[in-house]
Design a protein around this ligand. Sequence first.
Ligand SMILES: [Zn+2]
Length: 379
Amino acid sequence: MSASQRYGAQNLLLRAFGDTIFVLLMRPLGTSIRRALCLFACLVPFFSAPLSAAQDEPPSPPLPVFEFHSGFWLNLHHTLYRIARSQRAGSSTANPAGSNTGIANLSPGEQRVWSAAISYYSKTYADNDITVSLEMMLIKNQLEDFETCADLAGNKKKSCDAGLPAKLTEALDGAASVYRARLWPEHDRANRRWISAVAPLVRRNGLDLAHRLAEIYQTNWPKDRIRVDVTASAGSTGAYTTLDPLRVTVSSADARNQGPEALEVLFHEASHGIADSVQDAIFRECRQREKPIPRDLWHALLFYTTGELIRPLALDSSGSPSASSPANSSSGYVPYAVREGLYKRGWENYLRLLTEYWQPYLDGRVTFDDAIAHMVSAL
Ligand SMILES: [Zn+2]
């Protein structure tokens, strides 16, 4: 999945990992929505203190590049969304990333508040694509910013009034005690396990990968560490990215996000925030040659690039890097787009173009502009 919405100079883009079809929506947003965005961004207090993944452990030096969070409210929000969506789809097993066993034997009181929240989500949000909907993005960002609050209405602490729609606040605050008692401990443990597993990879390779990607896309890597929210479920693709501010959400339970592959997922997602140059160059070349803009070529390029950068870092099961190896060596690492069959679902030609014309740029043999020009001319 994945789509993006761009508007004016602010370029609000929402994209997700693992799309087979990427829709670029050139949708100018109205003033009222921009105003709403501003209201969210400007009026609500921002809680900048991160919930460190290792809060209760001996302090270790902060990780480079990414800042990981396992936040209560976003996890609850995604859980309610997942259950509401799977119920709407008529399948309680629609998403393997979320087990419902913890809520199988609720007391009548618990059942009432939990069902009310599910029913509200079903009615209000189940049809929204969590990775595309502006409304879902705003809610997500807000819940991330208020992750340390005990409630979202500000009952216990005035500054914790998250300013969300009243019925949403009611649903979340209502379901919070059930979630906290029944599902959150396991979700939080799984999130922290995932963070612990990926942290050494980020520590070892993060800065080099960030520098290399910025160099490839001819831009600067974001100055601040990129916030990554780790959640039990994260939509159908298992990870997605929202821009302005650039933030990544990754499911800790999704099978596609485990092992060294997690590093590729993280850097693919983060690349969404720095790859405007690729889209712009492709568009420019297409205009000059009066060719239609190829759908998703830039996204295939992002997948290809991250995959090729991660491949030589392929890690053995102990987490140690194998000998640095050329991109096409038998290191055993299979890039995400190959593993998930993206190139077999409409991107066959793109893989050929990328291998033939983009790889020489990655190898330092041609310039960025020449590589893009060659790809577009070969379309
Ligand atoms: Zn993507």
